[in-house]
Each structure stands twice: as structure tokens, then as C-alpha cells.
Design a protein around this ligand. Structure first.
Ligand code: TZP
Length: 204
């Protein structure tokens, strides 16, 4: 897996009317090295078209493209990997479909999920929501930074924090031992995406 410490998660509904390709280009220009394509409400055909457009930009900047959940789409377009929800395909099944070289990331919501991702040889785990975030209130209270730190100390898999991550939180996330952060709104909603990404990368 190419190293990255900032994972940009797409959400076209949160991009202030701007095309995702523009956002990803600006992020690439700033030095962001990984993007998770997550437009899961769209029909697969539209996801594919959008992912291909993003892939063209990502390749210009050497960014890895991870497809949310859809192993078939990852294979179809030759993306670098998939990001599996915790209740998605088992990692071993995805690995069999993808072969040894593709990256497999997993969304985790508790220590047990991360331990499982680790034992099943996922390439990285994303744990959250760590802070309050409107899109995830259905999952109950955020896990909090102390929980994140405890999970970090109990595991060795590359571990990213997600959920309500704002720039002001990065210092404590890094101190808690995170390998990086995954973000939607802090980047998608930025007035100047490139400058915002540079500032976040500096903090990391
Ligand atoms: N998984 C856990 S929280 C979350 C995801 C995809 C949403 C993150 O969005 P934001 O805007 O960075 O809080």
C-alpha cells in the first residue's frame, strides 16, 4: 500500500455544487494520496462513470483510489482497492476476488471490528465516528478520542480516525497514535480545497 495519512472520502452532496473531479484535482495538487469513492446511493452504472472520471484525475497525481464496498466496480475499473463496511463482504472473500495486490480497508465502529480486520489481514482500518457528525448520529454517541487511543494501543493495523474530524482535532488524533484521518466535510465543504488540504497535511 502506498503510504498516506489523509484519506479523502467523497460525498457529492456535500461539495457545495462543485464536481467531485474538481475537488479531487485540488486535493491531488495539495498532495493528498488517497481517495475513497463513496457515492453509494447512485445506481452502479453512474457510480462507475463517476469513479472513472475521478480515477483519471487521481492517476495524474499518483493518488490511490479506493472504491466503497463495490468489489465488482474496483475490479471493473482497475482501482487500487476497496473500502469495506463492517457488515459488507468478509475480507477473505473480497481478497479472493481481488487478488493479493489490491488494498482492502475496513470501516470499524468498535475495538472488536478492528481486531477482526487485523486478524483477517485488512490493509488498514478506519475507526469512527470519533466525534459528533450529522451523517452518523444514527449510530449513537461518538466513540471519543480516549476510545480511539485505547484501540490504537490494542492493535497494530494502520488505523485512521473518521467522523467529525476538523482541523482543530488533528493534534489530539496524532497524539493518540493515529496513522491518519479520513474526512468528508472538512475537505468537501472547504472554500479553497487545495489550501485546506495543504493545511491538514501540514498538521499531520
Ligand atoms: N464513517 C464514519 S463517520 C463518517 C463515515 C463515512 C462520516 C464522516 O464525515 P465527516 O464530514 O468527515 O464527519
Amino acid at each position: 500500500m502506498g503510504r498516506f495519512n489523509l484519506l479523502l472520502i467523497t460525498d457529492r452532496k456535500n461539495a457545495c455544487g462543485r464536481p467531485l473531479t474538481d475537488i479531487v484535482r485540488e486535493a491531488g495538487q495539495a498532495g493528498v494520496r488517497a481517495v475513497q469513492f463513496r457515492e453509494k446511493d447512485l445506481p452502479l452504472r453512474e457510480q462507475m462513470q463517476m469513479a472513472i472520471a475521478i480515477q483519471k484525475i487521481a492517476r495524474q497525481f499518483g493518488m490511490q483510489l479506493f472504491i466503497n464496498e463495490r468489489v465488482d466496480l474496483c475490479i471493473a475499473i482497475g482501482a487500487e482497492g476497496v473500502h469495506l463496511p463492517v457488515a459488507g463482504l468478509p475480507i477473505a472473500v473480497a481478497r479472493k476476488m481481488l487478488g493479493p495486490k489490491k488494498i482492502i480497508g475496513v470501516s470499524c465502529h468498535a475495538l472488536g471490528d478492528v481486531l477482526q480486520a487485523e486478524s483477517e489481514h485488512a490493509d488498514y482500518a478506519v475507526l469512527g465516528p470519533i466525534y459528533d457528525t450529522p451523517s452518523k448520529r444514527e449510530y449513537g454517541a461518538p466513540l471519543g478520542i480516549h476510545y480511539f487511543k485505547a484501540v490504537r494501543q490494542a492493535t497494530t493495523i494502520p488505523l485512521f480516525a473518521v467522523g467529525g474530524i476538523k482541523m482543530a482535532k488533528i493534534e489530539e488524533i496524532v497524539k493518540a497514535g493515529a496513522d491518519g484521518v479520513a474526512m468528508i466535510s472538512e475537505i468537501m465543504e472547504a472554500y479553497n480545497v487545495e489550501a485546506q488540504c495543504r493545511a491538514i497535511l501540514n498538521l499531520l
